[in-house]
Unconditional design. Structure first.
Length: 351
């Protein structure tokens, strides 16, 4: 039996293989400028960061997709979402390096890209899909371009590896948003859980009490009516209204009574999701400003409207809208409705 080769750093992470991948369309990177090698390297690193985001995202989604989510696993879920947030911080930091390149530096090799564009990053599309961004909310590329799937085809029009990757992700259900909403739906509200005979009445009473307290704290009747319409899910299709109403009630319940042991980690989950999506917005905004600084408002290499497209995605791409919306409706601790059955949440009754 032959002895196993002693491990080395360079073999384990395949240093030589990695360092041989920065030549672009040329046979050797010796034929490239430092700016072009930097451009290629940064985008390769971006894709590696995206790979890590996807791994964490799948793990977190799979956890919340379970019919019963173990309470002790929520700390791991929060850690995964926080890691995703940090990865986006590093991704946004790459734009500072890109900005060391002048417009003329970039124009010297931009024509080599042809129609190649960062818009064709299949992994970024996968992240958006797995998070739960609906196709109907996607921003048009502009300039008469087709949809995002068309952009992932080979120039001949045939499906590419990127196209197949995204198609497989579209079939990978549920999204994190869907899984989180179902998990929230099962939250005990005033000690009541779905399926309990009087659950609808208990949830409705909690919302009535909460809305009454909220109305006392706002200066505008319009704000009070808007809050009540949101919490009662009047914007949801009638067939989904009761389901959505309970999810939104769960959000305000978790945020309002976050000190309760059973709700402490769920509140951390919600806060981590907000921080992650906030960082995603920052990443998109930072991307837009870098592009504007380096190439102005030129049409993108992929035919998109360039900076206008990037700004639109930063403004419009929000997946966890309900989680953000409840921030507007939260009350001071002293204004909250009385908590019923505290023992359900880990508090012992009595003194």
């Amino acid at each position: 039996m032959s002895e196993r080769k002693a491990p080395t750093y360079w073999d384990y992470i395949k240093v030589e293989e990695i360092l041989a991948l920065q030549s672009g369309y040329e046979k050797s990177e010796e034929d490239l400028s430092n700016d072009e090698v930097m451009f290629i390297t940064i985008h390769q690193i971006d894709e590696l960061w995206f790979k890590l985001v996807l791994r964490e995202l799948v793990s977190v989604r799979d956890l919340f997709a379970k019919p019963v989510v173990p309470e002790q696993s929520l700390a791991s879920a929060v850690r995964g979402v926080r890691r995703m947030q940090e990865l986006l911080v590093h991704l946004a930091g790459h734009f500072t390096l890109m900005e060391t390149m002048t417009t003329r530096d970039y124009l010297d090799f931009r024509d080599k890209l042809g129609s190649a564009s960062g818009f064709q990053s299949a992994q970024l599309r996968e992240i958006e899909i797995l998070l739960g961004l609906p196709d109907e909310e996607r921003v048009s590329l502009g300039g008469g371009q087709g949809n995002y799937l068309d952009a992932l085809r080979d120039p001949s029009g045939s499906p590419s590896s990127a196209y197949h990757r995204v198609q497989m992700r579209l079939a990978d259900k549920p999204s994190l948003r869907e899984a989180i909403r179902e998990w929230l739906y099962r939250t005990p509200i005033q000690g009541s859980i779905p399926g309990q005979e009087d659950d609808d009445a208990i949830v409705a009473q909690f919302l009535d009490e909460y809305c009454a307290q909220h109305e006392k704290t706002v200066r505008s009747r319009k704000d009070a009516e808007s809050a009540q319409a949101f919490l009662r899910a009047e914007d949801a299709p009638e067939a989904e209204r009761a389901h959505t109403r309970r999810i939104r009630a769960a959000l305000v319940f978790i945020e309002s009574y976050r000190e309760l042991p059973l709700l402490a980690w769920p509140r951390e989950v919600i806060d981590a999701i907000v921080a992650f999506e906030q960082q995603f917005v920052v990443f998109r905004q930072r991307h837009a400003r870098m592009v504007e600084r380096v190439i102005g408002r030129r049409t993108g290499t992929g035919g998109s409207s360039g900076v206008d497209y990037l700004d639109s995605t930063a403004l419009k791409y929000r997946v966890f809208r309900e989680v953000w919306a409840v921030r507007t409706l939260l009350l001071r601790k002293g204004d909250l409705p009385a908590l019923r059955r505290p023992e359900i949440y880990g508090f012992a009754s009595g003194s």
